[in-house]
Design a binder for this molecule. Structure first.
Ligand code: SF4
Length: 328
C-alpha cells in the first residue's frame, strides 16, 4: 500500500474542501481499503466521513424514507421503518455481506463499491476499468459470473451491490453535495451505461459527496421481496438477484416493481417486465411473460448463458411468492 494522508472531517464543508482535490472519502472502508492494498486505488488523501452528521433514517411526509449516507448497513437493515415500508431493501442489505462488514459499511459507500471482477483487482491483467484502454481480459477469459445485459466490448463486469438493486426497484434518489452546491440524481441515472468508458461508473462529479438516499412513499406497494442466488450460502456476491414488489387488487396487478442484480454493470430495472404485468391477472403465464420481457435484450457471453435461465426462474419465483402472500 502506498503512503497516504488521513483526515477526519466532522463538518460537510470541511470534508468537501479536503476531498475536492484528489481526496477520497472513506466510509466503512470495506471496499476502498482492500482496493488500496491491491494497488487498484492509490488516493493521496483519505477523508474520513464517518463522523459527519449524515447518519440515521427518517420517514418523510409522503411515507417515504431518507437514509443518511453514513448510516451503517446494519442500522439501515434493522431500522423498523425500513423493514415495515421497504422489506425488500432490508432483505437486500442483510443478503449483502457478513455482520462484521455490515457493521462497518455505510449506505453511501455501498453505492460506490466497485466490481468484484477478478481481473479488476489483479494488476497483472488487462482491465479497461482499472487502466483505460488496456483491454478486457474477462471477455475471452473467466466470465461465468459476468454480465448478460447492458455490457459493452470494453467491459462485461457486474455491479456488486445488493442494496442498490432494491433501491433501483423503489425509484431511489441519490443526494449529493460538492463545493459547487447540492444536487440530486435518480438512481436510474446515477450509474452510467458501461459504453466505452467503464472506468467512469457514476454521474457524481469529482469531489462530490453522497449525503443521503431518499425513497418516495409507495403505499400502493405493500409487499416486496429481495431474493439472491449465489455460489455459496453466505458472504458471496449475487449470481442473480431480484428485488420485486407486487400490488394486487381483485386478482389484477395494480402496480409492480422489478429490478435485477448480478446481470449488468448497474442495478437493472426491468421496466418492460413491469409494463407486461400491470393491469392484467396475476397468473403464472403472465409472470413468465414478464420474465421473458425482462430478459429479451440479454446477450450472454460464452460461459454465462445459464444466468438468463436463472434470472427467468428467479423472477417468476419471486412474483409467485408475492402473489401467494397477497392471497393470505
Ligand atoms: Fe476489467 Fe470490466 Fe473486463 Fe473485468 S470485465 S477485466 S472489470 S474491463
Amino acid at each position: 500500500m502506498r503512503e497516504f494522508a488521513y483526515q477526519r472531517a466532522t463538518r460537510v464543508r470541511d470534508a468537501l474542501e479536503a476531498g475536492h482535490d484528489g481526496g477520497r472519502y472513506l466510509g466503512g472502508g470495506t471496499n476502498l481499503v482492500d482496493l488500496m492494498k491491491y494497488g487498484v486505488e492509490a488516493p493521496a488523501r483519505l477523508v474520513d466521513v464517518r463522523f459527519l452528521p449524515l447518519d440515521g433514517v427518517r420517514v418523510t411526509p409522503d411515507g417515504g424514507l431518507v437514509i443518511g449516507a453514513t448510516t451503517t448497513n446494519s442500522d439501515a437493515a434493522a431500522h423498523p421503518e425500513v423493514r415495515r415500508r421497504f422489506p425488500a431493501l432490508s432483505q437486500a442489505v442483510l443478503a449483502g455481506a457478513s455482520g462484521q462488514l455490515r457493521n462497518m459499511a455505510t449506505v453511501g459507500g455501498n453505492l460506490l463499491q466497485r466490481t468484484r471482477c477478478a481481473y479488476f483487482t489483479d494488476s497483472a491483467q488487462r482491465c479497461n476499468k482499472r487502466v483505460p484502454g488496456s483491454g478486457c481480459a474477462a471477455i475471452a477469459g473467466e466470465h461465468h459470473n459476468h454480465a448478460v445485459l447492458g455490457w459493452s466490448e470494453h467491459c462485461v463486469a457486474t455491479h456488486p451491490s445488493d442494496m442498490a438493486v432494491a433501491l433501483a426497484a423503489f425509484d431511489a434518489v441519490v443526494h449529493h453535495e460538492s463545493l459547487e452546491g447540492a444536487g440530486e440524481t435518480p438512481l436510474s441515472e446515477f450509474y452510467l451505461p458501461v459504453g466505452d468508458t467503464p472506468s467512469r461508473e457514476t454521474a457524481l462529479t469529482p469531489g462530490a459527496l453522497i449525503t443521503s438516499v431518499t425513497l418516495p412513499g409507495s403505499a400502493v406497494l405493500p409487499r416486496s421481496r429481495y431474493r439472491k442466488v449465489r455460489e455459496r450460502a453466505s458472504y458471496a456476491f449475487a449470481t442473480v438477484s431480484v428485488a420485486a414488489a407486487l400490488d394486487l387488487h381483485d386478482g389484477l396487478v395494480r402496480d409492480t416493481r422489478i429490478a435485477l442484480g448480478g446481470v449488468a454493470s448497474r442495478p437493472w430495472r426491468a421496466l418492460a417486465a413491469e409494463e407486461a404485468l400491470r393491469g392484467g391477472p396475476a397468473t403464472a403465464e403472465r409472470f413468465l411473460a414478464a420474465a421473458d420481457a425482462a430478459l429479451a435484450d440479454a446477450e450472454p457471453l460464452r460461459d454465462n448463458g445459464y444466468k438468463v435461465t436463472l434470472a427467468r426462474n428467479l423472477i417468476t419465483a419471486v412474483l409467485t411468492g408475492l402473489a401467494e402472500e397477497s392471497d393470505r
